[in-house]
Design a protein around this ligand. Structure first.
Ligand code: NAD
Ligand code: 89V
Length: 340
């Protein structure tokens, strides 16, 4: 199969991980990059030896002859950029969170559907090696009736992502979107959600701690705990811990990617450590390796005409939970999802 020609928009912090991941995948090649800031674009182009560089996304999409585009800008620009990709009928990947409102997100999905182009949200947490291994293990524990997903640390992520300290909606929008997606990955879609939020770190504007309780459509309960102000004996950022219980046993992902699978026939220990790539910071390996995995999934979908797991349509259900959580926290009420 011939190599796919890709373009990348947004040459900031996380685009470097995207680029390293693309460079590991022989079936795709990023031949053009774009950033509204010409200095950033030039530096990125030369750091990664990319042939073409643009400061206008429209110019890139209309002239570069791309098979797909990877949007790695912040959420405020996602809708106009995805709609531009749809205008030029270029299959599109867009970073999370999909958009600042459900209305914008729905318009993005509609634009891609009308243009008949594949649209994937770059929701990488379910592509982490330990999450894929846990999903496989959970097939052995029967009908799931309980899940707890925990992401608690006090990592100084404001250094690399300074915008997070000033965003009015912070942890549920930026990080909760990943963990709520994981809840759906393991336990299926949700029908009810309740949330309690707190703003603990005085240097941060939005909420930095949230606890959510979900009733899944299957009847299972899940608890989603997220915090960026937890001073613990050991800081395990960016690990997510997961505890699943089913009718035939339990599957638990503990610190350092160790899974304990307990069934009626015994206990099995599984090491689900991610690959540490030469370009990856060891602490960030679980996230960076997941970028390689999801990018590989995109190539497979594009080359074989398959729908990506985290298509725009699918991700609307995760985003609905994000905004539902803010609504529920504000009203001290239970949010009920609309779609069956
Ligand atoms: P950043 O601010 O470092 O980089 C964004 C870049 O996009 C900037 O260089 C900016 O000039 C450029 N840009 C903005 N609008 C543009 C436009 N219309 N045309 C061309 N360029 C434009 O941001 P970041 O920290 O890299 O985050 C980018 C996205 O990645 C966010 O949505 C964030 O949530 C997501 N992210 C995901 C993960 C993950 O693990 N999945 C990790 C970090 C960031
Ligand atoms: O998704 C994010 O924006 C990052 C994280 C490191 C949690 O993946 O902050």
């Amino acid at each position: 199969m011939s190599e796919l020609k890709g373009g990348l928009i947004g040459c900031g912090f996380f685009a470097r991980s995207h680029m390293q991941a693309w460079n590991m995948l022989p079936r795709a090649d990023i031949t053009a990059v774009c950033d509204a800031d010409p200095d950033k674009c030039c530096t990125f182009q030369s750091d990664f030896n990319v042939p073409d560089c643009y400061t206008s996304a429209e110019e890139m999409l209309s002239t570069a002859g791309l098979d797909f585009v990877d949007i790695v800008t912040g959420p405020a620009s996602h809708r106009p950029l995805v709609e531009l990709a749809a205008k030029y009928r270029v299959p599109v990947i867009c970073q999370k969170p999909m958009a600042p409102s459900l209305n914008d997100a729905r318009s993005m999905v509609d634009a891609c559907t009308n243009a008949n182009i594949p649209f994937m949200i770059h929701e990488n947490f379910r592509w982490q090696t330990p999450m894929q291994a846990l999903k496989k293990a959970s097939a052995q524990i029967g009908e799931l009736f309980f899940g707890r997903l925990v992401f608690r640390n006090e990592h100084d992520l404001y250094k690399d992502q300074p915008y997070l300290a000033t965003d009015k909606q912070f942890i549920i929008y930026d990080l909760g979107v990943h963990i709520l997606d994981l809840a759906r990955f393991f336990l299926g879609d949700a029908e009810q959600l309740n949330a309690i939020t707190s703003s603990v770190n005085p240097k941060v504007v939005g909420e930095d701690v949230a606890t959510m309780l979900l009733k899944m459509r299957s009847g299972a309960a899940s608890i989603v705990e997220i915090s960026y102000y937890s001073h613990l004996e050991r800081d395990i950022f960016p690990q997510t811990l997961v505890h699943l219980e089913g009718s035939d046993g339990s599957a638990v992902l503990s610190e350092d990617f160790q899974i304990t699978l307990t069934t009626r026939s015994g206990v099995q220990k599984i090491d689900a450590s991610p690959s540490i790539h030469p370009w990856s910071k060891p602490k960030m390996a679980v996230v960076e390796d997941s970028v390689v995995n999801i990018n590989r999934h995109w190539i497979e979908c594009l080359q074989n005409g398959l729908t990506p797991e985290t298509s725009g349509e699918d991700n609307l259900k995760t985003l609905e939970l994000v905004f539902g959580a803010y609504q529920a926290a504000e009203n001290s009420a239970t949010f009920k999802t609309i779609k069956p």
